[in-house]
Design a protein around this ligand. Structure first.
Ligand code: NAD
Ligand code: MG
Length: 398
């Protein structure tokens, strides 16, 4: 049995991971589950999957969970706090760790799994955006195995030659005959809206993604296309790609999950239903294949596939992220942190939808660019960016 820990078990990716395990109960054993504060969901998961450990970030939530588990005679041990997240990520018995905490909060637990040399199923793109080269260096140094869960990066991975798959972060695309990574994105719920109407968009409208069902933060990021921008940066690090080797393509139907173009003219695409259980099952079983529970793609039902060039006036966040990618690690860490604060302010009604890009641009413009040399330095930059973002939001809302 393959032992696994799920960081962020109560979220959208966490639940999809458990759904894949439900399809393959003889293959996987859940060792630890973690969450921020959702006791009800965690309790149900513990009763069903009987992990050795359940970690709640929040202390109050942890004692509540422990009491309820005890009264139901479930022997799962409850831990709490950030250190406990890192502890269960590095358990000796873990063969793989699903990194599915949302945002920069996932960085240290994900790194703990990397440092322990595990197979990392990487959904938490913000961790990689924030730490870039330093993260990839740690993967190489520890011998950890990285498998992308983000549907686009998983698709690209599947369309890459084995030499690239086995050398993520340090591969040579040109030597492998690859000319371009075609990173597809649906364009989100507002791809056909009048640009002038975007300022009045509500959180509920922004979170209603046409093709995918996801957590709130990534749903808003998909509506601004910041998600594609973060994915652009993620692709650069995973596939050691430069500016001329990544192209964003809007593909509203989300049937093709991304493509790789080769120098001989071939284009390899990975397709499927828009359901995260497919990339999760792929990464859990790689290089084998297992059932994911996802229905097969029906070519006679899907209709036409269309493709568009991204328009940066509609999606200024996409442009900000691509620019930040080439400005360096301080810029991408700053953008990631600022965006988390801005998205939260939008979701809690403090700023409008189009203010997200405005706040991100304002904080980035004030940057004096330089490279950060350690994870600790990046964590400091992240903290400073959050303060700058809050101050900018206070000015916007005055
Ligand atoms: P979500 O909001 O549904 O779930 C987030 C999980 O992280 C929850 O279990 C929550 O309890 C936990 N969490 C939140 N804040 C935390 C903190 N400070 N410390 C510890 N745990 C915390 O998010 P999601 O949609 O599942 O996304 C998770 C990650 O996967 C994100 O990085 C996202 O970009 C990425 N991703 C998601 C999808 C998707 O379809 N949902 C697709 C691709 C990539
Ligand atoms: Mg994605």
């Amino acid at each position: 049995m393959i032992g696994l820990t799920i960081l962020g078990a109560t979220g959208s990716i966490g639940k999809s991971t458990l759904a894949v395990i439900r399809q393959n109960p003889e293959r996987f054993r859940v060792l630890a589950l973690t969450a921020n504060s959702n006791v009800t969901e965690m309790l149900a998961q513990c009763l069903e999957f009987k992990p050795c450990y359940a970690v709640m970030l929040n202390d109050g939530a942890a004692s509540q969970l422990a009491q309820q588990l005890k009264s139901l005679n479930c022997s799962t041990e409850v831990l709490s706090g950030r250190d406990a997240l890192c502890q269960v990520a590095a358990l000796d018995e873990n063969d793989m760790v699903m990194a599915a905490i949302v945002g920069a909060a996932g960085l240290m637990p994900t790194l703990a799994a990397v440092r322990a040399g595990k197979r990392i199923l990487l959904a938490n793109k913000e961790a990689l955006v924030m730490s870039g080269a330093l993260f990839m260096d740690e993967v190489k140094a520890s011998g950890a195995e990285l498998l992308p869960i983000d549907s686009e990066h998983n698709a690209i991975f599947q369309a890459m030659p084995v030499a690239v798959q086995n050398n993520l972060g340090f591969c040579d695309l040109i030597a492998e005959g690859i000319s371009k990574i075609l990173l597809t994105g649906s364009g989100g719920p507002f791809r056909y809206s009048n640009i002038a109407d975007l300022a009045a968009v509500t959180p509920a409208q922004a979170c209603a993604h046409p093709n995918w069902s996801m957590g709130q933060k990534i749903s808003v990021d998909s509506a601004t296309m910041m998600n594609k921008g973060l994915e652009y940066i993620e692709a650069k690090w995973l596939f050691n790609a430069d500016e001329s080797q990544i192209q964003v393509v809007i593909h509203p139907q989300s049937v093709i999950h991304s493509m790789v173009q080769y120098t001989d003219g071939s284009v390899l695409a990975q397709m499927g239903e828009p359901d995260m259980c497919t990339p999760i099952a792929h990464a859990m079983a790689y290089p084998k294949r297992i059932p994911s529970g996802v229905k097969p793609l029906d070519f006679f039902e899907m209709g036409e596939l269309t493709f568009l060039k991204p328009d940066y006036t509609r999606y200024p966040c996409l442009k900000l992220a691509i620019d930040a990618c080439y400005q360096g690690q301080v810029a991408t860490t700053t953008l990631n942190a600022t965006n988390e604060v801005a998205v939260d302010a939008f979701l809690t009604g403090q700023i409008g939808f189009t203010d997200i890009a405005r706040v991100n641009a304002t904080v980035l413009e004030a940057l004096t660019f330089s490279e950060a040399k350690s994870i600790d330095a990046l964590i400091e930059i992240d903290a400073m960016a959050r303060i700058d973002a809050q101050q900018t939001i206070s000015r916007v809302t005055k």
